[in-house]
Design a protein around this ligand. Structure first.
Ligand code: NAP
Length: 272
């Protein structure tokens, strides 16, 4: 299956759908989930130091025999590892756990006020070394991005934020687009809070798809990278089965109207 891709400001491509590993800490469940995902056709995996499962992703990929060159692997530097003394050694540890000598994308997980500037300098060194093929940030607001863009040598390739059909963040998406930064959407299903929404149900019925599939496909048509997580084989398969239909203009207009700034995770707006 050919998955849609976007082109990052490094010139490399990023698959537009990725398999997330948050809240998948238990070994067997995590290894099984990654294996199901590989079998279902996912090539993009979104991990983080703080998820505590980089070693299980490394194990599952190795055991599956997947070609590393065909995969897109992201990890994120945790809040506690963002100081200049710790970041590089913590990343070396991540690579060991992931059983690889590079990641396709390395992100700062949060815009930690005290350490984000020094952390970015460390990320730039890892980018220069080739151990991180692209570098970026997560949970950055426009203000955080403006600060970074004023000083950085290497521009962030990606900003990973909570985004869904009920949290469309148009200003942030436009700012990122203007600055050649790809937006990645996490929690695109809004934790299931809108699975009974009549508009979503009607559009799902029209295309013989499920509401989660409509929510994920909307992310693709909105032009962002969509990160989805499940530990269930059927749902893992369902979530990537979103490329055999199209949302038309009328669907997209109705979906745009669902935007209501509904956040299920924390809001980084007040982080100075
Ligand atoms: N950078 C950050 O700060 C940050 C924060 C949050 C998430 N993320 C990343 O984004 C990824 C996705 O976010 P998320 O895990 O919050 O997202 P999500 O995909 O919106 O929600 C996952 C939840 O929905 C359920 N689910 C998945 N597919 C479903 C389907 N087809 N039908 C019904 N329920 C379904 C899953 O349960 P089951 O497992 O039981 O299917 C799980 O509880 C994460 O795994 C992580 O990689 C990053």
């Amino acid at each position: 299956m050919e998955l849609p891709e976007l082109i990052m400001n490094t010139g490399a491509t990023i698959p537009q759908i990725g398999f997330g590993l948050w809240r998948n800490k238990e070994r067997d469940e995590c290894v099984d989930a990654v294996t199901f995902a590989l079998e279902a056709g996912y090539t993009h995996f979104d991990d983080a130091q703080v998820y505590g499962n980089e070693q299980y992703l490394g194990e599952a990929v190795t055991d599956h025999g997947a070609d590393r060159a065909e995969l897109f692997i992201t990890t994120k530097i945790g809040t506690d590892n963002m100081d200049a003394d710790t970041l590089a050694s913590s990343f070396a540890e991540s690579l060991k756990k992931l059983r690889t000598d590079y990641v396709d994308l390395l992100l700062l997980h949060f815009p930690v006020t005290e350490t984000r500037a020094e952390a970015w300098l460390e990320l730039e060194k890892l980018y220069d070394s080739g151990a991180a093929k692209a570098i970026g940030v997560s949970n950055y607001t426009i203000t955080h991005l403006e600060e970074l863009l004023r000083t950085c040598k290497v521009k962030p390739a990606v900003n990973q934020v909570e985004l869904s059909v009920v949290l469309q963040q148009p200003e942030l998406v436009e700012f990122c687009s203007d600055n050649d930064i790809i937006v990645e959407a996490y929690t695109p299903l809004a934790e299931g809070h809108f699975f009974d929404d009549p508009t979503l149900k009607a559009i799902a019925a029209k295309h013989s798809k499920t509401v989660p599939q409509i929510m994920l496909r909307w992310c693709i048509d909105y032009g962002v990278v969509c990160l989805t997580k499940s530990a269930n084989k059927e749902r893992i398969e369902q979530n990537i089965d979103i490329f055999d239909f199209e949302l038309d203009d009328a669907d997209m207009a109705k979906l745009q109207a669902l935007d209501q700034n509904h956040r299920t995770n924390w809001d980084p707006t007040d982080v100075e």
